[in-house]
Design a protein around this ligand. Structure first.
Ligand SMILES: Cc1ncc(C[n+]2csc(CCOP(=O)(O)OP(=O)(O)O)c2C)c(N)n1
Ligand SMILES: [Mg+2]
Length: 646
């Protein structure tokens, strides 16, 4: 057996460069792409001589083998990886190498985001010496009761796979296990390999086999015969079936099969945030978002549904309106999911643990074979679907119309973005009031066109995630635009990746909505009786000892973006703000550079109501009248909640 003498880091980097994901597209074509097309790295004493040296050596010897990228914050490396992975339907993601201590723990939020979203990301945090000879090293947190514990053990609860290379020989089995989890549709998420700084630089004899190209074929399990028959029975007996489509539909590349299925059956569809894109907004069976931030159309039909068919959804509280969305007393759930954990949710006895695309193909075939003539839903139900859809579309038209206000509301800003963007452009968002407004209002026109990270809803994801999404498109030879919409709060939390966009000439369009605080949590605070406490960005009021006073802060986020080297367009607060915004977006689209657009907005103008609800507990007792009133309302809503059955 031929071997090569390499460091653990050199072997790991070359191994990662030779991993390939293989999958079959909906049209039968074989897809083959690099599982790890690049590595982000922020270097410190924990990895500069290990992974850092390995990346340098590759850069000298074979520059294309493992491209190295910079980021300004470790968390943002993972966000970029997740944005990339979403655009590639989980077939590829980046590795993120961090130094020891704070560099490593800065990755934690990114790891949790990846795992919550079921999107792959490979994390390579450095760890303190395996030998412990120099302990305590700089940035080492010592736990007297358990010396072997390091800050990297904090990755265990947020990773789908965690291991530490304590000895060089362990690298082989750990690296292979990590790739298996990363490319497994049911298991994927953050995959963490902790690398002690001494082990990173240690040499071992690496078998040639370890470094040869290796293929990871995406599993597409077909449904079991009995499970499929049960599902079919339930669907055929339904009077008012309703589909909840989640991100799994897109990750399975199943939207064509979903469309064929709903066109044959007439069953309406509501999507979760991750499911945005499963059908185009104007498809007759598509009712938009469902749940707490869903549309009236989807929520009204969800409330009456007798059979809910969940496809690739994890049934988050937003999707189920905190278990109040499905009010039919006899409702049954048919859950199609490649992950058994999700398939068994809502106490269902009809769990189809299988790939979404394979299941939809077989369901439709079986359905056609059994149906004598009529496949579709009853005429009255079909009319109801069309009427609800038309009513909601009218409400959105109204919300999108420019008001002529100097400080436009967010719905009309979304309307402007909708009009000025191309159908295939990708909208990226994560936190604040935008996710809810987009879920209700955004008219999805392309399967990959809607990327709202709402499983972890992490402030600060937007810009980094958008850059990652753009990297993903560029890697696929796709030149559509990525439009990041971000609130001032999210922007302030993590905006430094704009420097990365400038450094590499990554063209993203960032639309900053300045409303001087938290429109989202401000509104929520009011609803739960906390009177917007702490949700405005205002100068500190010495008398009242709070930040609720009238003095808006003199921050200039346009100047901030300009200072990074961004092209900046400021939309002035005039009656023409909305048309000026549209013109700004058109200019940004025509440019080949990244552009930052600054627009002011009134945080007190809301999107039309969609009859959704979200369980945010209100204090049982309080001296504030606002809280007491909110508690009374809360108790009414909670009464509609279904019991927790899995
Ligand atoms: C990292 C993180 N911290 C806290 C929250 C809770 N949170 C959700 S939205 C929000 C405010 C967002 O403000 P901004 O980005 O300005 O959007 P707006 O609400 O004004 O639309 C906060 C604090 C979060 N989602 N993520
Ligand atoms: Mg804000």
């Amino acid at each position: 057996m031929t071997t090569r003498r390499m460091t653990v880091s050199q072997a790991l980097i070359e191994f990662l460069a030779n991993q390939w994901t293989v999958d079959r597209a909906a049209d039968g074509a074989e897809l083959r792409e690099r599982t790890i097309p690049g590595t982000f790295g922020i270097f410190g004493h924990g990895n500069v001589a290990g992974i850092g040296q390995a990346l340098k050596q590759v850069n000298v010897e074979q520059p294309d083998l493992m491209p190295y990228y910079q980021a300004r914050n470790e968390q943002a490396m993972v966000h970029q990886s997740v944005g990339y992975a979403r655009m590639h339907r989980r077939r590829g993601t980046y590795a993120s190498a961090a130094s020891v201590g704070p560099g490593a723990t800065n990755l934690l939020t990114g790891a949790a985001l990846a795992t919550t979203n079921r999107l792959p990301a490979l994390l390579l945090p450095s760890d303190t010496f395996a030998t412990r000879v120099a302990d305590p090293v700089l940035q080492q947190l010592e736990q007297p009761h358990d010396i072997g514990l390091t800050v990297n053990d904090a990755f265990r609860p947020v990773s789908r796979f965690f291991d530490r290379v304590q000895r060089p020989e362990q690298l082989f089995s750990i690296a292979l296990a990590a790739m298996r989890v990363l490319t497994d549709p049911a298991e994927t998420g953050a995959v963490t390999i902790a690398l002690p700084e001494d082990v990173q630089a240690e040499a071992l004899d690496v078998p040639a086999e370890f470094l040869q190209p290796r293929e990871w074929r995406i599993r597409r399990p077909r449904p079991e015969r009995d499970a499929l028959a049960q599902a079919l029975d339930a669907i055929r007996s339904a009077q008012r079936p309703f589909i909840v489509a989640g991100g799994g539909v897109l990750y399975s590349d199943a939207e064509q099969q979903l469309r064929a299925f709903v066109e044959a059956t007439g069953i309406p569809v509501g999507s979760s945030q991750a499911g945005g894109g499963v059908l185009a907004w104007d498809h007759p069976q598509y009712l938009g978002g469902v749940g707490a931030t869903g549309t009236l159309a989807a929520n009204r039909l969800a409330a009456e549904a007798d059979v809910v068919i969940g496809i690739g959804t994890r049934y988050s509280d937003f999707t189920t309106s905190s278990r109040t969305a499905f009010q039919n007393p006899d409702v049954r759930f048919v859950n199609i999911n490649v992950a058994a954990f999700d398939a068994y949710k809502h106490g269902t006895q009809i769990a189809v643990i299988a790939d979404a695309r394979e299941t939809l193909i077989e369901l439709l075939e079986a359905h056609r074979a059994q149906a004598a003539g009529g496949l579709g839903v009853a005429a009255a139900y079909a009319e109801r679907i069309a009427a609800e859809k038309a009513e909601w579309d009218g409400l959105v038209d109204g919300a999108f119309a420019a008001s002529g206000r100097e400080l436009p509301g967010q719905p009309e800003i979304i309307g402007a973005v909708q009009r000025a963007s191309a159908p295939e452009d990708v909208i990226v968002q994560a936190a604040g009031s935008l996710p809810g407004d987009l879920h209700k209002l955004w008219r999805v026109r392309d399967p990959l066109g809607y990327h709202v990270e709402y499983a972890y809803s992490c402030m600060g994801y937007e810009i980094a995630g958008g850059i990652g999404a753009k990297r993903g498109l560029v890697a696929a030879g796709d030149d559509r635009d990525v439009i990041v919409m971000v609130g001032d709060g999210s922007y302030l939390m993590l905006n430094s990746e704009l420097v990365t966009a400038v450094a590499e000439g990554i063209k993203v369009i960032v639309i900053l909505i300045q409303n001087h605080g938290y429109a989202s949590i401000g509104h929520l605070s009011e609803t739960v009786g906390s009177e917007r406490f702490g949700t405005w960005y205002r100068a500190y009021d010495e008398d009242a000892k709070n930040f609720q006073g009238p003095r808006v802060l003199p921050v200039d986020l346009a100047m901030n973006a300009r200072s990074y080297g961004m092209d900046v367009i400021e939309v002035a607060p005039t009656a023409d703000a909305i048309s000026d915004l549209e013109a700004a977006i058109s200019r940004a689209k025509a440019s080949d550079r990244a552009t930052f657009i600054h627009v002011n907005s009134d945080p007190l103008i809301y999107a039309p109501g969609g009859a959704g609800w979200w369980d945010v507990p209100v204090p049982q007792v309080s001296t504030l009248e606002s809280t007491q009133r909110a508690r009374a309302e809360y108790e009414e809503q909670v009464a509609a909640q279904k019991p927790l059955l899995g």
